[in-house]
Design a protein around this ligand. Sequence first.
Ligand code: HEM
Length: 138
Amino acid sequence: MAIDFNSVKKSYGRCVLTHDAKMRFFRHFYDTFLNSHPAINRLFANTDFDKQISILKNAISMTIMYAEKQDDLAKDVLTKVRKSHARDRYNVKPAYYTYWLNSLIETLRVCDPNFNEPLEQHWRDMMRISIGYIVEGY
Ligand code: HEM
């Protein structure tokens, strides 16, 4: 099935459009993600989550833009992520992206009132493209 980018964008919009919605979304995401694996928790031991939330909010928009049309701006951002997450920097093992994506999906299920199975598939197919690009640089 072709990826329905408009539905993904609207879904993300419902989750992060207001300040309160955004805070709820990313608190839920990091709670889920950090508890999903002890090694992941350790990687974020010194992280300032107030900063990290606005960084990740923009980065997720870039993953959507990159997957849809390999836009230059989005590619530049993901190239930086690819370098910082590689084995010589944060050393984010490729397997950890499964935890990341599952945590994102769990969070969408809680925060997006219109979330359903077809939408989940569009999110997963879309993220597979952007995560694939990041992981290739490991
Ligand atoms: C598509 C998936 C992901 C995206 C788009 C993403 C994006 C980002 C961005 C934009 C930053 C801040 C800029 C930078 O330091 O490069 C960052 C920081 C970070 N990311 Fe990711 N990331 C992803 C997945 C992961 C995963 C799976 C892990 C670990 C299991 C991870 C661990 C980290 C860590 C440890 C930092 C540094 C936090 C700090 O400054 O203390 N990321 N990520």
